[in-house]
Ligand binder design. Sequence first.
Ligand SMILES: Cc1cc2nc3c(=O)[nH]c(=O)nc-3n(C[C@H](O)[C@H](O)[C@H](O)COP(=O)(O)OP(=O)(O)OC[C@H]3O[C@@H](n4cnc5c(N)ncnc54)[C@H](O)[C@@H]3O)c2cc1C
Length: 541
Amino acid sequence: MADAANTTEVLVIGAGPVGLTLAVDLGRRGVRCTLIERKPAPEFLPKMERCNARTMEIFRRMGLSERIRASGLRADVPMDVYVVLAMNEPPLLRLPYPSVSESRARIAACTDGSMPLEPYQLISQYTLEPLLKSIAESLPTVTVRYGCEFLELTQDASGVTAVVHDAGQPEAIRAAFVVGCDGGGSAVRKQLGIQLHGEGDLLRLFQALYVCPALFDMIPIGDGPGHGRHYHVADDKATFLIMQDSTRHWTLHATVERPEDMARQFERTIGVPVEYEMLSAGQWRQNLLLADRYRDGRVFLAGDSAHLVIPTGGLGMNTGVGDAIDLSWKLQATLAGWAGPTLLDSYEIERRQVGDRNVAASRYASLGRRAWRSQYRPDIRDATPSGQAARDRLAEVANVEQRKTNEMIGAELGYRYVGSPVIADEPDGPEHLFREYVATTWPGSRLPHVWLTDGSALHDRIPDGYTLLRLGTTGANTSALERAMVATGAPFQTVTIDDAPPRDVYGYDFILVRPDLHVVWRGNQPPDDARALAALVTGRR
Ligand SMILES: Cc1cc2nc3c(=O)[nH]c(=O)nc-3n(C[C@H](O)[C@H](O)[C@H](O)COP(=O)(O)OP(=O)(O)OC[C@H]3O[C@@H](n4cnc5c(N)ncnc54)[C@H](O)[C@@H]3O)c2cc1C
């Protein structure tokens, strides 16, 4: 049995970006949690490199966005995407995408709620993980244990006992709740007998990491492409070069035979001699898989343990951060005693539908990639009419199909929790589009970002907990709703905003939002039954 030192409120298994984000958010909410990770330390291995706009909004709310930006790519570097024959030749296609600085200027000028409060940030996973680890370790409520592997668990009515191995020694940890953030091969998911369904092992590629400090400054090379983020090579090996956050490190993906082939593939892609070192090369598989369930009793799944997507579209870690932030405040509310049981039930209902949508969005983007790559012809490099025609055709198709990967603002911002038991649903509602985001306060949506007339962001005026926004010049009496919310014991405040922009964009006088800034109710009159609404949104109905 676990001794007192080995009891915790929440045990988080796996210190990838999702487990780390969850531990930090639980810790800052005052929840005692233990984060275990089987690796002895974070690894310098490349995976994700882009936190999307919604993830950066979440990190802003956690007070982390500036630290993350300070560790990531400089704000002035564009995110352009190129399709090339090689880096030293004129590109077949350039798709321009703004730098963080340019995005900020566009966001500053936007008044219709259609843009996020924060732009994306390019930061390599191997930079983000140590940063989040150091933040987790600085929180007195969080215990971080690397070199500690989860083996098995049992649960009963009052908690979960997990058996772990630390330095080869078995040990029991007792927790009120456990969250499996242990990635695609999740031992937690397997223990619970939860299956993944979808399409597995769709393609195998090698990925290699190179240190090549000169390359960034050499671009454009000759008539080659300019500074960008991704360089797709029009070949039959799905070759794809990615700039990492330092601009000194690069990764290359390709369907070569052996890891050693990745050196030659890098040189062929650059096209001119350059000093570099290949630091690692390994194989990875593309999957589109979703877990049947996200919960079993007191044990939850979040991140890649629950959904596996193809990186095309950048919806892997970013979806997992959304899981973490949906679950964190619900666990805290349950442990604090003010939440009804439906609040935790809503986690799977809300997040599994997003997982499902994002698996579909990733499939959509990767089919686009496959469509333009299918235009490759062996004579594509030839200085012949037929070679020129092959180049033109591939560029034309890529100009449509490659955009599916890079223009997913709807998937990033536009998800809405449909059919959630803790949201005052309105029938119908806008469709969740992958490519387009239209600002809406339909219950279940993320509250759109709006600037106030003093230049501050409304999001920043909303405290943690539930918030009733009173907008415009309404004089209606909302005291019954305020009393009902306070009576639940949930943290609650009313914020009155007289400025016109939020009322104009949101279209309602009253908006009730929850800690993760999703709308739970809206109206132009106070609700008919305030107590019933308060019970619903806090999970007591
Ligand atoms: C090449 C590539 C590029 C990508 N690009 C992007 C991108 O641009 N944007 C994006 O959003 N996503 C991207 N992804 C996906 C992203 O990397 C993953 O979605 C993300 O790592 C998932 O985070 P996670 O914390 O859920 O799982 P993981 O990162 O897999 O972390 C799980 C952790 O759990 C630990 N663990 C496993 N088993 C145990 C155990 N039994 N006990 C204790 N610890 C355990 C593991 O060691 C690991 O540290 C990319 C992936 C790849 C491969």
